[in-house]
Design a protein around this ligand. Structure first.
Ligand SMILES: *[C@@H]1O[C@H](CO)[C@@H](O)[C@H](O)[C@H]1NC(C)=O
Ligand SMILES: *[C@@H]1O[C@H](CO)[C@@H](O)[C@H](O)[C@H]1NC(C)=O
Ligand SMILES: *[C@@H]1O[C@H](CO)[C@@H](O)[C@H](O)[C@H]1NC(C)=O
Length: 311
């Protein structure tokens, strides 16, 4: 399958831009974070940037802070496709604390856990957990709450990322500021054109359909960064950016018949909590809000497909 991962490899003086392996491909001329605008300061305090030294160059990705020492990202961002092994933690760092990359604090990564069933060819289970030293929370640093509600066709989501904004693979033009754009969950018929086994976005993968929001898409450099849903004025994280393509395999971002796939975090909650310890899910039903129900310790399972209002 010709699937276009949304990892970007930046060319720099020390790294070649030769890209030996799919799904990491060169940057087609029209690719960018499509239809995006700079996010307001502190609007996504769980968004982090991630730079990874890969055999092919410096990979640009993002991630989501889910507690004070854990970042979730896409497996393909931290995977060595030459050796089929995880890239060592020493080859990467995480930037947090600002929408502006140049204002971020960059810290080392201590451990990398690529999902044990990550399939680099099919791009399934595209999820990895990174640990960092505990960060202090502030207006611009806060963990995301993992959305536990039902996802339906037509649901609007907001994707964010530091991926390309200017066509032509001009790496000097990577945005300094986090970009956000609206995307819409697709119909099963359309989504199966990209992932034949797709049933709904309540399974392992959330699928968005470009034709439902023309001119808007994620693109190279956005991999691993969060896609969020806004409920009652709060952003909850739904997934992390994985890959996208048109049904004919054309990897160009934002084609009108294009589709994109996001790893669904709530589906993987037991796995995430196994490495993260405690994360928070929500939203809880307002009138029954109960702290105990909003925390999920390791091994504590919650139903996946429950609508928050049905709690
Ligand atoms: C970066 O930090 C400086 C100093 O705190 C601040 O003046 C500036 O507005 C910040 N820039 C952005 C884009 O956040
Ligand atoms: C990080 O979170 C843990 C668990 O909630 C807490 O015990 C610890 O004090 C936190 N560390 C910082 C630096 O806030
Ligand atoms: C989702 O899409 C399917 C197929 O197009 C349709 O049958 C179903 O009614 C849709 N559901 C919603 C909630 O739109």
């Amino acid at each position: 399958m010709n699937k276009q991962s949304l990892l970007a490899l930046a060319q720099c003086l020390l790294a070649t831009s030769v890209l030996a392996h799919p799904p990491v491909l060169s940057v087609p001329t029209s690719e960018r974070v499509i239809g995006g605008t700079a996010a307001a300061p502190d609007s996504f305090p769980s968004a982090v940037s991630l730079e990874v030294l890969t055999p092919d160059g410096v990979g640009l990705c993002g991630g989501v802070l889910v507690n004070n020492h854990t970042v979730v990202t896409a497996a393909h961002c931290v995977y060595n496709f030459d050796t089929n092994t995880d890239i060592p933690a020493a080859n990467m760092h995480v930037g947090y604390g600002s929408n502006s990359k140049k204002n971020q604090t960059f810290v080392p990564v201590h451990t990398v856990h690529v999902h044990y069933r990550f399939d680099a060819e099919q791009m399934t289970n595209d999820l990895a957990i990174l640990t960092i030293d505990p960060v202090a929370y502030s207006a611009s640093v806060r963990p995301a709450t993992i959305y536990s509600g039902l996802l339906e066709n037509g649901t609007k989501l907001t994707a964010v990322g530091w991926g390309l904004t200017i066509p032509g693979g001009n790496w000097a033009s990577l945005p300094d500021k986090l970009q956000e754009t609206e995307i819409v969950i697709g119909t099963p018929e359309e989504c199966r054109k990209l992932v034949p086994t797709y049933e709904t976005s309540n399974g392992p993968q959330v699928c968005t359909q470009n034709s439902l929001r023309p001119g808007s898409d994620t693109c190279q450099g956005d991999s691993g960064t969060g896609v969020y849903i806004n409920v009652g004025g709060e952003n909850y994280v739904v997934g992390v950016t994985s890959f996208g393509a048109a049904p004919n395999g054309d990897p160009t971002c934002a084609l009108n018949d294009g589709l994109a796939i996001y790893t669904h975090l709530y589906y993987y909650l037991p796995y995430i909590n196994e490495y993260a310890g405690t994360t928070v899910t929500g939203p809880a039903h307002r009138t029954h809000a109960n702290r105990r129900h909003r925390h999920n310790g390791p091994g504590r399972r919650r139903p996946r497909n429950r609508h928050p209002s049905a709690e």
